[in-house]
Write a protein that binds this ligand. Structure first.
Ligand code: FES
Ligand code: FES
Length: 169
C-alpha cells in the first residue's frame, strides 16, 4: 500500500504515483477512490466515461500497461499506484487523430459518443496484438463495450477497415 497520512478531517489518504499517457502524476487519494474518478476528477481527463460503475458497460475502459483493456471503475486508485495507463486522450498524437478514430468518423460509428472512448481503446488493444482480426475477433474484442445507439455494425466496419481488411456487410 502507498504512503498513508491522516488529513485535518481525520480522513486517511494515500500518496499514489500513476503514469497516464506518458505523464506521471503524484496525488493524494482516499482508499475508496476509483481509478475512473481519479482520472476524471484529479487529472481532468474526462474522456474516460462513467456508466454503470459495475464493470458491465465498458465506457470507462482504459489500457493498462499500454495494451490491456480494463474497466477503470473496477480498480481503486491505490491499486493503480506505480502502474501506467493510456486513456483516449493519449490515443491521438499532436492533435492528429489516430487511424482508428478517423475510421470511426468515416463509418459513422458513433452517435452520442458516450461509448466511443472505450470502443476506441478496445479496438486499439485488439489491433496492437492482432493487426488482422477476423470479424468474430472484432466482435469478441468489443463484447464488453455497450453501445446504445449504433447497433454495432458501423463500429465493426470501422475496426475492420482500420485493419485494412474487407468490410463486412
Ligand atoms: S462504468 Fe465501468 S464498466 Fe461501466
Ligand atoms: S454512440 Fe451512443 S452509446 Fe455508443
Amino acid at each position: 500500500m502507498s504512503n498513508m497520512i491522516i488529513d485535518k478531517d481525520g480522513v486517511r489518504r494515500y500518496v499514489v504515483s500513476i503514469t497516464v499517457n506518458g505523464d506521471e502524476y503524484t496525488k493524494m487519494v482516499k482508499s475508496n477512490t476509483l481509478l475512473v474518478n481519479f482520472l476524471r476528477d484529479a487529472l481532468d481527463l474526462t474522456g474516460t466515461k462513467k456508466g454503470c460503475e459495475l464493470g458491465d458497460c465498458g465506457s470507462c475502459t482504459v489500457l493498462l500497461d499500454g495494451k490491456t483493456p480494463i474497466n477503470s471503475c473496477l480498480m481503486l486508485a491505490v491499486e493503480a499506484d506505480g502502474r501506467e495507463f493510456i486513456t483516449v486522450e493519449g490515443v491521438a498524437s499532436h492533435e492528429k487523430l489516430d487511424h482508428i478514430q478517423e475510421k470511426f468518423i468515416e463509418h459513422g460509428a458513433l452517435q452520442c459518443g458516450y461509448c466511443t472512448p472505450g470502443m476506441i481503446l478496445s479496438a486499439k488493444a485488439l489491433l496492437t496484438r492482432n493487426p488482422k482480426p477476423t470479424e468474430h475477433e472484432v466482435r469478441e474484442a468489443i463484447a464488453g463495450n455497450l453501445c446504445r445507439c449504433t447497433g454495432y455494425i458501423n463500429i465493426i466496419k470501422a475496426i475492420m477497415d482500420a485493419s485494412g481488411q474487407e468490410i463486412p456487410m
